[in-house]
Write a protein that binds this ligand. Structure first.
Ligand code: NYM
Length: 280
């Protein structure tokens, strides 16, 4: 059996250097003579600047130009991952079946007929991430479903500065649990390696641009960090969900690159086993 490519995810807190490091890794993989397929969530690179119908809604929310219930936001981020499958599918196959209008129609349908469409999109995502892996390419992803869970669940945790409050939108909806947050991403391909860039909120605060988006507050970042730690523990305990490596992103940038590269290098020759599925 020919070896497939590896699926590598880079996760981290805001301003952990994730996007810069992913760019460097991409270049190193190419210099090593391997093909790499890069993805960024929320989708920016492929669909251009959060410009898909769902991406626009996420962008307005993150810039505090709109307010949405936390559950709705969580589903939008997940829809953005499924949306990528549709966008790429139409580009790869040069079909006109999936134009922008169809994509937004699909997502209205997705909210109404979640389960039926998940089967369709599961098949479509097989045509993108999975087919890249089967062609031996390395898939390098900047944020994935783990960010979805960490940020959404963190909003439901009590604030550390005033424990009686959460940032949950006022209303009667229940807080977002890990169990609930996982469901919309179930069956997406699972990474072989997740590199979690860990940085203290205190260091992140000193980095350029911090505070521009709604989650970039020290208290929220502390909660996100604690949920990421919990997810890391779960992934590590489940052999089918790949490796979870914590990288200290507070250190010198080149040292972070070398540590990450050390892990990715071991996967350049590909993998023998089949591609896993999230939460299977
Ligand atoms: N984010 C990202 C979520 O809340 N849920 C998700 O599923 C994903 C992929 O988007 N604060 C949040 C984390 C970030 C924000 O991401 C923007 P980035 O990587 O800074 O563009």
């Amino acid at each position: 059996m020919t070896r497939r490519g590896a699926f590598v995810v880079v996760e981290g807190l805001d301003r952990s250097g994730k996007t810069t490091q992913t760019g460097i890794l991409r270049q190193r993989i190419q210099e090593a003579g391997k093909e790499v397929f890069c993805v960024k969530f929320p989708v920016a690179e492929v669909a251009v600047d959060r410009s898909t119908p769902i991406g626009k809604m996420i962008d307005a929310y993150l810039r505090s130009q709109s307010d949405l219930d936390d559950h709705v936001v969580h589903l939008l981020f997940s829809a953005n991952r499924w949306e990528l499958a549709l966008v790429l599918y139409s580009r790869i196959n040069h079909t006109s079946d999936f134009d922008d209008r169809t994509i937004s129609d699909c997502f209205i349908a997705w909210f109404n007929l979640q389960h039926a469409l998940i089967h369709v999109t599961t098949r479509l995502i097989s045509s993108t991430i999975i087919s890249s892996l089967e062609q031996g390419k390395i898939v390098l992803c900047d944020r994935y479903a783990f960010s979805g869970i960490a940020f959404s669940v963190a909003k439901s945790l009590p604030s550390q500065s005033s424990p009686s409050t959460t940032s949950q939108t006022p209303g009667k909806l229940p807080p977002i649990s890990l169990h609930w947050a996982r469901a919309p991403d179930a069956a997406l391909p699972s990474p072989d390696l997740t590199l979690f860039l860990d940085v203290s909120p205190e260091i992140a605060l000193t980095r350029g641009g911090y505070g521009e988006e709604r989650y970039e507050k020290a208290d929220m970042q502390k909660r996100v960090r604690s949920v990421f730690q919990e997810i890391g523990g779960e992934v590590t305990a489940d052999a089918g969900q790949g490796k979870w490596i914590v990288v200290d992103a507070g250190k010198e940038m080149s040292a972070v690159t070398e540590e990450m590269w050390g892990h990715v290098q071991t996967l350049l020759d590909g993998i023998n086993g089949s591609i896993g599925r999230l939460w299977d």
